[in-house]
Write a protein that binds this ligand. Structure first.
Ligand code: NDP
Length: 252
């Protein structure tokens, strides 16, 4: 049952890892939660079930953020069901197997950019069209899940991924200024080494353990630690914060 007074949040890639943690925290704070996923319907269903067990409201939909038609359809479905959108966490992101720049081909680079950069642009565009007072919206809040890689560069692992996250940071800064007088705040979270399965997709499931001695706090982070920062930026508690970043990285 959708309550008309609850705020509506969309979390892309909300079926697993940091996105799933964001969904659980958002639901615990009273949001009606909409999550998107790319292929793992079972994981998304588990997140929905956990939220519903705790008397929250959540829905999941398959939508590849790198596919413009799929993104448009995702937002139209939210329109039809809820009639508005209050918050967006642009979380969906990928990386590819570790390698040096001289080994990368265009297909690999474009695949990472399509999801991490184009996908974030498309979702931000659809959110602004609905939230901006310029378009008759009530305002809203957008958070982009970037990475400390944007600053550190990920040498020898995935400089393409790091570059995609630096592009995301530029999007956050530029968009925040574009919509600052239209009641939309846009901020970023830069996680460090977080315990999720994304590292396995880079070919090293034990990456956090290998690198944690390089973290001043000497440990990897948990998805919930990232989610709480993201939800603070989304919330009215951060009402004068836009174009900003929180590094959730144990000091790394
Ligand atoms: P996971 O691999 O655990 O989860 C990624 C999620 O994104 C999944 O739900 C996946 O869907 C979804 N997804 C991936 N590609 C697409 C796509 N094209 N369209 C829609 N959904 C997609 O990753 P994490 O939770 O670790 O990462 C989440 C975000 O945090 C990413 O942007 C990542 O770059 C960033 N980050 C993570 C860090 C870490 O150490 N874990 C550090 C810094 C940043 P499905 O389940 O269907 O596959």
């Amino acid at each position: 049952m959708v309550s008309p007074w609850k705020k509506i949040i969309l979390i892309t890639g909300g079926g697993r890892g940091i996105g799933a943690a964001c969904a659980l925290v958002a639901a615990s704070q009273g949001y009606t939660v909409y999550i998107s996923y790319r292929t793992d319907a079972a994981a998304a269903a588990e997140v929905i079930a956990a939220i519903e067990t705790a008397d929250g409201t959540a829905l999941a939909i398959q939508a590849d953020v790198s596919d413009e038609v799929a993104v448009e359809s995702l937002f139209v479905q939210i329109d039809k069901r809820f009639g508005r959108l209050d918050a967006l966490i642009n979380n969906a992101g990928i990386l590819s197997p570790q390698m040096r720049v001289e080994q990368m081909d265009a297909a690999r680079i474009n695949r990472v950019l399509a999801t991490n950069v184009t996908g974030s642009f498309l979702c931000a565009r659809e959110a602004v069209r609905r939230m901006s007072t310029k378009h008759g919206g009530l305002g809203g809040s957008i958070v982009k899940i970037s990475s400390r890689a944007a600053v550190l560069g990920s040498p020898g692992e995935y400089v393409d991924y790091a570059a995609s996250k630096a592009a995301l940071d530029a999007l956050t800064i530029g968009l925040s200024k574009e919509v600052a007088t239209e009641k939309i705040r846009v901020n970023g979270v830069r996680p460090g080494l977080i315990h999720t399965t994304i590292h396995a997709s880079g070919g090293e499931s034990g990456r956090v353990s290998r690198l944690q001695s390089s973290v001043p706090m000497a440990r990897g982070g948990e998805p919930m630690e990232v989610a709480k920062a993201a939800l603070w930026l989304i919330s009215d508690e951060a009402s004068y914060t836009t174009g900003s970043f929180i590094d959730v990285s144990g000091g790394r």
